[in-house]
Design a protein around this ligand. Sequence first.
Ligand code: DAT
Length: 180
Amino acid sequence: MIIAITGTPGVGKTTVAKKLAKKLGYEYLSLRDFAIEKGVGVEKDGELEIEVDELAYHVEKDLKGRNIILDGHLSHLMPADIVIVLRAHPKIIGERLKDRGYPEEKVKENVEAELVDVILIEAVEEHENVIEVNTTGKTPEEVVEEIIGLLKEGRKRRVGIVDWSEVYDEVTPYLRLGIN
Ligand code: DAT
């Protein structure tokens, strides 16, 4: 079974994916590393541009039938049996990406993406089996336990559990307001 772990950069994918893989006895795989290995990523201005369809072809061909936790912000665009979309208060995304040294424009872009559910929407357009998990205020271990609990229950879909418009006022300092 392929379990995709997706979400806005900084949401905690790698942290959660590695722990989840360990707990379930699955292989952990970074989709970015896999793309580089398959030669479908092109380095452009320090960023990796990935040919999504080509990458999906390699995932289908090489990974189907294996028990894998696939970590990456494009993993919901891959053939997966279940997609876990991690969510976090956009302010947390902003702080983590600032700490990571992302340029301001990149930080704002990702805070906005989290605010308006970009990855969740893409995931539900692509897959039926989508489980959304709010990580806000939870440790990575608690997030992993929640995911395992849902999988054990046989839960296949849970979406629409967060609405960041409720915290919009707290997020405005992180947005690209006033840019024209
Ligand atoms: P991603 O792979 O989505 O970019 P990450 O796993 O690298 O995110 O995590 C970004 C940072 O946030 C990293 O310093 C670990 C921390 N972190 C991740 N999940 C967390 C959680 N549930 N609680 C607190 N910190 C967390």
